[in-house]
Design a protein around this ligand. Structure first.
Ligand code: IDP
Ligand code: MG
Length: 136
């Protein structure tokens, strides 16, 4: 079993798509093993996206992700990191395939509803960052 870290971003809450997104995750038979709603602090948002620091979209991205409540989750399943990424769809709206969360529900490069870890290392880092209470 593998664990990945998922954020349902503030645009999803504004658009009332939490249920739709969680349903899609559950329908693929992933298990949600931890979940909480919070409005991220600037520190948390910057740390989460530190890999993008210095890019032109970094500041707007941090502002966006701290612009309202998000739902943070630990999602578990076989090959969960890779498979969750393919359930999410590509970052670019031009490449996000129909049938994926992004491909079906978004047209924006920034406001794209969902984050999912892209590797085992980032999954572990992100879970520790967002769910320090699970460390042990
Ligand atoms: P990912 O979320 O598919 O892993 P990343 O390249 O890691 O995509 O980018 C993180 C987030 O930053 C994206 O989900 C999106 O919200 C935003 N983003 C990425 N590239 C751009 C851009 O060129 N312009 C504006 N926002 C971007
Ligand atoms: Mg990424």
């Amino acid at each position: 079993m593998e664990r990945t870290f998922v954020i349902i971003k503030p645009d999803a809450l504004r658009r009332k798509l939490i249920g739709e997104i969680i349903t899609r995750i559950e329908r693929r038979n992933f298990s949600i093993v931890a979940m909480k709603m919070l409005t991220p602090s600037k520190e948390l948002a910057e740390q989460h996206y530190v890999v993008h620091k210095g890019k032109e979209f970094f500041d707007p991205l941090v502002q966006f992700v701290m612009s309202g409540p998000v739902v943070a989750m630990v999602v578990e399943g076989e090959n969960a990191i890779k498979l969750m990424r393919n359930t999410m769809g590509a970052t670019s709206p031009e490449q996000a395939a129909p049938g994926t969360i992004r491909g079906d529900l978004t047209i924006s490069l920034q406001e794209n509803l969902i984050h999912g870890s892209d590797s085992l290392d980032t999954a572990n880092m992100e879970i520790d960052l967002w769910f320090p209470e699970l460390k042990g």
